[in-house]
Unconditional design. Structure first.
Ligand SMILES: [Zn+2]
Ligand SMILES: [Zn+2]
Ligand SMILES: [Zn+2]
Length: 223
């Protein structure tokens, strides 16, 4: 077995949040957070503190473990989602078809069609694809990340998952109010996110903090 130190491809993508390890920093970190600014074609300081910039290592091809797991869930969701979006499209189109002949009704390109086109532009439309082969090439890994994001976006726009809801009986560890919200992951493998709705607090527990604070998170848990 060969050990590589390839990092998750998101670290080379300007249109993606890089996968980094919370609380760990690269040698060149100056303590500030940077973000790619398309109009300047370079990274600019956001003025915020850096919470971790050490890239996550790739685990499958050029994807880190969370990206790989999200890709697998996105691929599992793809078949039924594509069917649903096609069906929606058929349902939506006749609305613009005002009937009675005469002037040709303008048929808007529906949101579902746009979503499906975007998803297919990355993945193609084959019934099955080889995910391992896909993410072993840099361009493929980038496409796979964009595919996952597009599927996630479509699932958000046409939701089939549970809504965010309050966490009962557990106080926010920072402000001690009963104000925690549980935000369910859109894709299996996505990060867990719990945040505090008290605007003066803003406590956020994301996946990394969740992993580090097992004791506390056991108490919150998934509902
Ligand atoms: Zn840093
Ligand atoms: Zn990643
Ligand atoms: Zn709070």
């Amino acid at each position: 077995m060969t050990v590589t130190d390839a990092v998750c491809v998101t670290n080379d993508m300007h249109d993606s949040r890089p996968c980094t390890i919370r609380g760990e920093h690269s040698d060149i970190c100056d303590g500030y957070e940077y973000r790619w600014a398309e109009e300047h074609r370079r990274y600019v300081a956001t003025g915020k503190e850096c919470h971790g910039c050490l890239p996550r290592l790739a685990s499958n091809g050029l994807l880190c473990r969370p990206c790989w797991e999200s890709l697998q869930s996105a691929e599992n969701a793809y078949g039924p989602l594509a069917e649903l979006l096609e069906e929606f499209d058929v349902l939506v189109v006749p609305i613009g078809d005002g009937g009675g002949g005469g002037e040709k009704a303008r048929i808007p390109l529906s949101g579902t069609k746009i979503a499906l086109n975007e998803i297919s532009s990355y993945r193609g439309t084959a019934e099955t694809i080889d995910l391992d082969a896909w993410v072993s090439r840099p361009e493929g890994a980038e496409e796979a990340v964009r595919f996952t994001r597009a599927v996630r976006g479509a699932l958000r726009s046409f939701p089939t998952t549970e809504d965010p809801h309050r966490v009962p009986r557990v106080r926010c560890p920072q402000c001690e109010l009963l104000s925690l919200m549980w935000r369910p992951p859109v894709l299996a493998g996505d990060s867990v996110r719990i945040d505090c709705r008290n605007p003066e607090c803003g406590f956020v527990l994301d996946q990394d903090a969740f992993d580090k604070e097992q004791g506390w998170s056991m108490k919150v848990g998934a509902p």
